[in-house]
Ligand binder design. Structure first.
Ligand SMILES: Nc1ncnc2c1ncn2[C@@H]1O[C@H](COP(=O)(O)OP(=O)(O)OP(=O)(O)O)[C@@H](O)[C@H]1O
Ligand SMILES: [Mg+2]
Length: 332
């Protein structure tokens, strides 16, 4: 494949592979720009209904024009190949970022907000993603957040590929209604966004299991361990927002993603204000005795100053007493 020219795309290198095909970096020789080509499974081409559904979905997804949604340039069919030409992004997937270790709460809030913004745009155009998960979110080197693979899950669902047993996406991010095989609406994306938020904060999935059926059982029946119990510095409000995304009955979830956007923005503002206030009242000599969790509230996005705030004051007082005592005894 490498070095081959398909239509006006010269394949440069393979950049990845998922359950729905292989992705190559290529040069669009007509427009002289780098693009990413996603080749879909050959089965899809043979299954007439699936192919039509795919083309239809790709058509609507290509109409989405939003800074947080991957731009689709074209859907092409040549010989026995069906592929999507899309913008090529230099960067890493959210999965790769999560794998490196704990993410800062502030960063988690920013990313979630951007993903939510992209989803809001799609939902307002009647498009549901259906496969929101860390490998479908790209963080570009230019600091952008891009949702990938819009509409693909719907195209593939029920096609020969799925019937043949290929895993469609990551089960752990599926909503209860999706895992039951029911019709889904935009609220399935709100659920998956809740799982994504939890996963970024906790570094682990809220619904675990050794095998697919066990994970599905967990999605349908168990309540996730509170994220506040897994790491420190998570605002209680954030835990509640995750809970509102992860309601098993979609009627109880945020009815639309803009509800979550408003909540997250408010939290981010409060967090920033709180951080600024703490850095003003914490001189460097006191900061040295303040534990790390409280020392960098901006990093940890901690509005949990409720309790730590008291600790800061206590440390402040203790440090002052120590300084006075040292001065006094130093003189004696
Ligand atoms: N437009 C793009 N620009 C740059 N890299 C991309 C682009 N699209 C995909 N990739 C890379 O290719 C990899 C494979 O993507 P792909 O969508 O095939 O797999 P996946 O997301 O892991 O699984 P799934 O098939 O379930 O979506 C991604 O993880 C990403 O690193
Ligand atoms: Mg993908």
């Amino acid at each position: 494949m490498i070095g081959e020219t398909i239509l006006h795309y010269k394949i440069i290198e393979k950049i990845g592979e998922g359950g729905m095909g292989v992705v190559y970096k290529a040069r669009d020789t007509k427009l002289d720009r780098v693009v990413a080509l996603k080749f879909l499974p050959e089965d899809l081409l043979r299954d007439k209904t699936a192919k039509e559904r795919f083309t239809q979905e790709a058509k609507s997804a290509s109409k989405l024009d939003h800074p947080n949604i991957c731009t689709i340039h074209a859907v092409e069919e040549v010989d026995d190949r069906l592929f999507i030409a899309m913008a090529y992004y230099e960067g890493e997937t959210l999965q790769e970022v999560i794998d490196k270790g704990p993410m800062k709460i502030d960063e988690v809030l920013t990313i979630t907000n951007k993903v939510a913004d992209g989803l809001h745009e799609a939902h307002s155009k009647g498009i549901v993603h259906r496969d929101i998960k860390p490998s479908n979110i790209m963080l570009t080197d230019r600091g952008q957040v891009k949702i990938m693979d819009f509409g693909l899950a719907k195209s593939i669902a029920g096609s020969l590929v799925t019937k043949a047993g290929t895993t469609l996406g990551t089960i752990g991010f599926m909503s209860p209604e999706q895992s039951r095989g029911e019709e889904v609406d935009s609220r399935t994306d709100i659920w998956s966004l809740g799982v994504l938020l939890y996963y970024m904060l906790a570094g682990q999935s809220p619904f675990k299991g050794e095998y697919e059926q066990a994970i599905i059982y967990s999605i349908l029946n168990t309540e996730p361990e509170p994220v506040t119990g897994i790491r420190t510095g998570v605002p209680v409000e954030l835990e509640n927002y995750i809970g509102k995304c992860l309601e098993k009955d979609r009627e109880d979830r945020y009815p639309a993603v803009d509800g979550l956007i408003v909540d997250l923005r408010r939290l981010k503002k409060d967090t920033s204000k709180m951080s600024a206030a703490v850095s003003q009242i914490t001189p460097p000599e006191i900061a040295a005795v303040v534990p790390e969790t409280i020392q960098k509230p901006a990093d940890r996005g901690s509005t949990t100053i409720v309790i730590p705030g008291k600790k800061v004051l206590l440390k402040y007082a203790l440090a002052a007493v120590a300084v006075i005592a040292l001065a006094f005894f130093g003189r004696v």
